[in-house]
Design a protein around this ligand. Structure first.
Ligand code: GLU
Length: 373
């Protein structure tokens, strides 16, 4: 079985656990480590990869800045700590990336932003635009407002959702463990390190145990759950230790890590999801020109739409039909039905006059479109 090489990936999400960024005893940022990480990120971008960072650390940093006691924090206390710590965290990222000419953009997400279709599409569009601007998104959970029931609580699964949302082809989870073992290595001396997991089976899940250190929320269990989300979304995942300086360079040089292999690629996985698992809430009828444009891989513009059926919301799946009513594909529509009716047949100048700015140029973006035949 061939083990992938980091060089082959185009869009990489790197998840960094609190224990790597924040010194346990002093509660301060590990500046030298952060600088080495920024250097690794810059090296990836120089080779043409796009990088997104999912960084923990706000609660750990905020706790020091507010001089909170060492005991476990109550929810509101950790939320207050996150509010304070996130500013310091974002500033640090902005500085260390800025030293390499990279611009950081902060995104704070809640569970709902990644699970509800319309908010998901919004967050996805913003991330895409940041990438177009060559900025590095620095992402964390919006801990200040998330309550227990509606939060991830761990950045492993959040990072995996970000990876699928951004159609990344690789997710790197950096924490204090260097990969998956056949059994928890602290307890079982015969535990063997695995370099590749082809598929996450119940046996693999059983290897994870439940452990997690006090500082990092996610144990191996949340990492395996992240692996399921990422690999089924078409991204490979790597678990590697970030305890050294230049952790990404280290993965390349030593190969010490566990790879979880993706099933398919991100766009195939996304298209499968659009084509197969969504219920269509309406239909758009197209003129001939639009049908031709779609078949040649273009986005669907309102100008080519002749009729709108159904009561859908923006982000819903709709069927795309030709003038005779034959289904030619499916896609996630960027407008709700009412606005779609207002702009059908119109070019962008007319849409701007109708809806005002800003408006989305495509009624279905080509990444959100699956053409059947
Ligand atoms: N969002 C939390 C923080 O920034 C961390 C969650 C995690 O470490 O998984 O402090």
């Amino acid at each position: 079985m061939t083990i992938p090489q980091l060089i082959q990936f185009r869009r990489v999400v790197v998840k960094i656990g609190s224990a790597l960024l924040v010194d346990h005893a002093e509660g301060a940022l590990k500046r030298a480590w952060l600088e080495s990480m920024a250097e690794d990120i810059a090296a990836l971008t120089k080779r043409g990869a796009e990088v997104l960072v999912v960084s923990s650390g706000s609660i750990a940093l905020g706790r020091t800045l507010l001089a909170l006691p060492g005991r476990a924090l109550r929810l509101e206390e950790s939320q207050a700590a996150a509010a304070v710590g996130q500013i310091a965290l974002a500033r640090a990222w902005s500085e260390v990336l800025g030293a390499h000419g990279l611009t950081a953009g902060q995104i704070l997400l809640t569970l709902g932003d990644t699970e509800e279709r319309e908010r998901y599409l919004n967050a996805r569009a913003t991330i895409q635009r940041l990438m177009d601007f060559k900025a590095v998104p620095v992402i964390n959970e919006n801990d200040t407002v998330a309550t227990t029931e509606i939060r991830y609580g761990d950045n492993d699964r959040l990072a995996a959702r970000v990876a699928t949302m951004a159609s990344a082809d690789l997710l790197i989870l950096l924490s204090d463990v260097d990969g998956l073992y056949t059994a928890p290595p602290q307890r079982d001396p015969s535990a063997r390190h695995l370099s590749v997991v082809e598929r996450i089976t119940p046996e693999i899940e059983a290897m994870a145990g439940a452990a997690g250190s006090e500082f990092s929320r996610g144990g191996m269990k949340t990492k395996i759950e992240a692996g399921k989300i990422a690999t089924s979304g078409g991204a490979h995942m790597v678990i590697a230790s970030g305890k050294v300086l230049h952790p990404i360079r280290e993965i390349e040089q030593t190969g010490r890590c566990t790879w979880f292999l993706a099933s398919g690629n991100p766009s195939a996985a996304r298209k499968r999801w659009i084509a197969g698992t969504l219920i269509a809430r309406g239909a758009l009828y197209l003129d001939e020109g639009a049908v031709r444009a779609l078949r040649s891989g273009k986005s669907l513009l309102a100008a080519g739409v002749t009729r709108v059926d159904g009561a859908f919301k923006s982000g819903d799946a709709v069927i795309v039909r030709d003038a005779e009513g034959t289904e030619i594909g499916r896609g996630l529509v960027a407008y709700d039905a009412e606005d779609a009716r207002r702009i059908l047949g119109k070019n962008s100048a007319a849409i701007e006059a109708e809806l005002g700015v800003p408006f989305r140029s495509a009624i279905i973006h080509r990444d959100d479109l699956v053409i059947g035949r």
